[in-house]
Design a protein around this ligand. Sequence first.
Ligand SMILES: *[C@@H]1O[C@H](CO)[C@@H](O)[C@H](O)[C@H]1NC(C)=O
Ligand SMILES: *[C@@H]1O[C@H](CO)[C@@H](O)[C@H](O)[C@H]1NC(C)=O
Ligand SMILES: *[C@@H]1O[C@H](CO)[C@@H](O)[C@H](O)[C@H]1NC(C)=O
Length: 353
Amino acid sequence: MKFLICLLALSFLNLMANSSRVSPHGLEHKQPKDFNIDIIKTVVVGQSGETDFKTVQAAIDSIPSGNNNWIKIHLKNGIYVEKIVIPIQKQKIIIQGNNPSEVIVQYNDAGQADSSGPIVVNAEYFVAINVTFKNSYNSRTSLVPHKEIKVAPSIVLMADKAWFYGCSFISVQDTLADFVGRHYFKNCYIEGAIDFIWGGGQSIYEKCVIYVKGVTKDESVKSGALMAGFITAQGRQSEQDTSGFVFKYCTIKGDGKAYLGRAYRDYSRVVFYATSMSNVIVPQGWDAWHYKGKEDKITFAEVNCTGEGANKQGRVEWDKNLSDRDIAPLVKTKTFISGDGWMTTLPSSLSSL
Ligand SMILES: *[C@@H]1O[C@H](CO)[C@@H](O)[C@H](O)[C@H]1NC(C)=O
Ligand SMILES: *[C@@H]1O[C@H](CO)[C@@H](O)[C@H](O)[C@H]1NC(C)=O
Ligand SMILES: *[C@@H]1O[C@H](CO)[C@@H](O)[C@H](O)[C@H]1NC(C)=O
């Protein structure tokens, strides 16, 4: 009963696993011969003054299907209340703001793990820089009563090869739907309470701030004790499945309580490396959820983390002790998410970030 909504999301992940639309991760992708690493065009979106478009979606609509050149959509400061869809045929889009606290793409919408919220990315080679993505559905109070929480993604990632810098992702449940494909996040801020980084993605989160939002057990915020949520719910499905979430040099803090993760599939894989953790992390650290008794298949590990929340006393005894040799290929961008070199084909202006 506790997490009925999560169960619904779980059945959805089952559907996803069988979907042919899902592009395989792996090394078979080949760059087209005319691959261009420069940004060939910038369009400006803003709600006032001289701009090319008033909405983000209008700017995306202007990009031709089959696009194979980097196009930047520059967002002027403002709050964009939109429900954006990036179609599968529109690759190489960069959405950029000057400052994530001034450029906010938001929508108030819940219930659908794959389509609620302000943006769904179906195209490969998606880049976002300095933009906040927010689902405002659950943000009524500072401490959210558990009963009112619904699945409300701030972004849904359905394609391989996405790259984020300086972005904020804000919601309470299922904030960052890192469904499928290889993704990189640097200097980002991710806020939520329940399963707020989840899915079958294969991603590195570097120098990100993870904010655990407080959720109360009862309807009454005043009398409610804090309920422990879950930062991650990763859905690796087999030994061959290359997916997993790796956090390196991150900071975990907040006003709530949370487990580092719970298993969303038999082979769930989550690694925290050199990450600072405040006392928001519960002593047990991890939860096997539906996979109790099969913990040996799960890879949950913490390597060289610091802070009160990283204290291993009280941890479940089945988390993995990874050696330096085990951990090295997981924490390196080149080996874990960019074996085919896709990250070196991003516009050169991004490499200095
Ligand atoms: C991103 O935003 C920060 C302010 O938060 C600013 O200092 C930085 O220059 C911005 N970077 C880019 C590439 O826009
Ligand atoms: C990992 O190491 C700790 C401390 O040395 C030990 O208590 C724990 O049982 C080990 N875990 C596994 C799965 O071997
Ligand atoms: C973790 O820290 C220990 C002690 O400082 C060090 O020997 C080890 O190489 C570190 N592991 C990694 C993977 O950085």
